[in-house]
Unconditional design. Structure first.
Length: 189
């Protein structure tokens, strides 16, 4: 809890200078953002490297790194916005978290994606777009955990037209029909 408290303090401090999360959701940071990100800590298998895409304010990547701190493995964060990447570096340093911040577009991070055991993303892009970003780079045994909202069924249908994949749906903790799609065995249809 100390690590999560320290993270929320950092988030609030930096949020005053830049937009890390939607201002309207900051009052419910614990229930809307932290709890939803913590679902992954119990859900995901052990990993040597998790890559969090479009990390923004560190959700779920920083929260996952805090929760898994004593279980080994590292969480790398991919964020193309330089100001947000600076926040992520400061959070890693302040909280003593292992991992690297890749201040680049996801399309430029093929090598790190190829090394990942697991990949996470929250509120980043539609499922077909996420699969297009990761499919060319990941190993066959890489598992992806994507937070999705109430339109996840439509996104899965659209993605199925372009890709074959195995999927398990897990209930999210973000409210409003949120779910976490655990996706593996991605191949072009």
């Amino acid at each position: 809890m100390e690590g999560l408290d320290a993270y929320v303090d950092l988030l609030n401090t930096w949020q005053a200078k830049m937009n890390l999360v939607a201002e309207s959701t900051l009052a419910e940071v614990w229930t809307r953002h932290i709890a939803d990100s913590l679902v992954l800590a119990d859900l995901m298998p052990a990993f040597e490297l998790n890559v969090d895409l479009g990390s923004g304010g560190g959700l779920p990547g920083i929260v996952l790194a805090i929760a898994r701190r004593n279980q080994g493995g590292r969480v790398d964060l991919v964020e193309s916005n330089q100001k947000k990447a600076a926040f992520l570096r400061a959070a890693q340093r302040t909280l003593g978290l292992s991992g690297t911040v890749h201040a680049a577009r996801i399309e430029e991070c093929g090598a790190v994606l190829g090394a990942a055991d697991t990949i996470t993303a929250r509120a980043l892009a539609a499922l077909p777009d996420l699969l297009a970003l990761v499919a060319p780079h990941i190993r066959a045994d890489t598992r992806c955990f994507f937070h999705k909202g109430r339109l996840h069924e439509e996104e899965m249908a659209l993605a199925s037209a372009q890709y074959r994949f195995g999927v398990v749906q897990h209930e999210g903790d973000g409210g409003d029909g949120s779910t976490i799609l655990e996706i593996a065995d991605i191949a072009v249809a």
